[in-house]
Ligand binder design. Sequence first.
Ligand code: DLL
Length: 439
Amino acid sequence: MSENSSNVELPNPLDPEETMSRDQIESIQLARLQETLAYAYDRVPLYKEKYDTAGVHPSDLKELPDLAKFPFTEKEDLRKTYPFGMFAVPQHEVARIHASSGTTGRATVVGYTQSDLDDWAKLGARCLRLSGVKPGWKVHNAYGYGLFTGGLGAHAAAERLGTTVIPMSGGQTDKQITLIQDFAPHAILCTPTYLLTIGDAMQKRGIDPASTSLKVAVLGAEPWTEEMRHELETMFQIDACDIYGLSEVMGPGVAGESNVTKDGSHIWEDHFRPEIVDAFDETKVLGDGEPGELVFTSLTKKALPIIRYRTHDLTRLLPGTARPGHRRMGRITGRSDDMIIMRGVNLFPSQIEEIALRVPGLSPHFRLEITRPGRMDQLAVLIERREDCTSDRADAAARELQREIKIHVGSSCEIRVVDPGSLERSSGKLKRIYDLRNK
Ligand code: DLL
């Protein structure tokens, strides 16, 4: 293989839909919504039953805001109809199945026709291109392969863009490092916390992460903050961009971020209609800019049309910038089911990440433990000090972190600064919260 093949500028045209105006997109959305509602109603008994019970019919959707008349779909609906009860096509038309891990309850199963897989690859490729990944580049894919949508979803996206894909999958960090050094990829795809694990392990082996060939990282599958972006960009000397998605709606590639504007992920609104609803009263659909829970309706999916799916992800919708016709989503501040309520104060791990990374001497490696020693819940933040932080400085850093959390979040918590390398490392989606109340 010629060494300089990646220097050749290959054609990298945008999809025509990427440059559509807001009006054009909304008129596509209306037509596709009408089609999708009728399609789901005719083919999926659960939708028919729900809509009949609610007294609504697909023909009631005359304009986009009418969508609010239709009932929501919940993860529970997929569980109730496990495994294939919400599929809208016969099994022989399903080209692939994925499933979410199902840490709480049954796994949720999702399916794709060949045309769904084509759309998925196309939208994933749009995300990678928007993040600065170029055709002809080598792309190291460290999202997990298998039932999780991350590995195969990102793989198809990178192939569709015209890159050389290295299908490494997650885990085996030493091997990841060897391959990054030997194959010299230009881009890496993984979770933000796993990139941190890789960087950390490189430093332990005496390799400076900034010295690798990597230029771009496309990171998602878990919440992360601007502070984490800064940490990773400094560590690796790369552009770190967000990619968002969820299995029930498609997988990675529902939304992606520009490496130029770095201002949140653009949702591909020719394929998905997003809404934000009040997190405490889902009957209220909120306007752009207002924070709430993200809800999605698929506009083109055939195997598993999904209507008003409650993601439980908390964010807000913002006007498009790099792709003006498509709205952006703000950073996901957390999931409503990941919210810790500590004596009446709501708290998300991403708030701790944001604050901790601003305190000199503290690392991004932390976990939250909730206990109930007496009658009151207690929160402890276990956080590693950085290598160059002495234990005296660590004590001062702990006090600062405690003070900052009290000021910005309003909770009192115990801070335990631990030695570098003592907390479990991520190999994919990192678990931050340990609820030890019933242990
Ligand atoms: O995590 C799909 C994915 C894979 C996205 C690889 C990006 C990259 P699920 O396992 O179904 O699918 O988990 C979906 O993960 O509802 C969010 O809570 C969270 N999530 C995904 N992307 C982001 C992101 C994949 N960029 C759930 N920022 C979602 C914050 C994210 N949270």
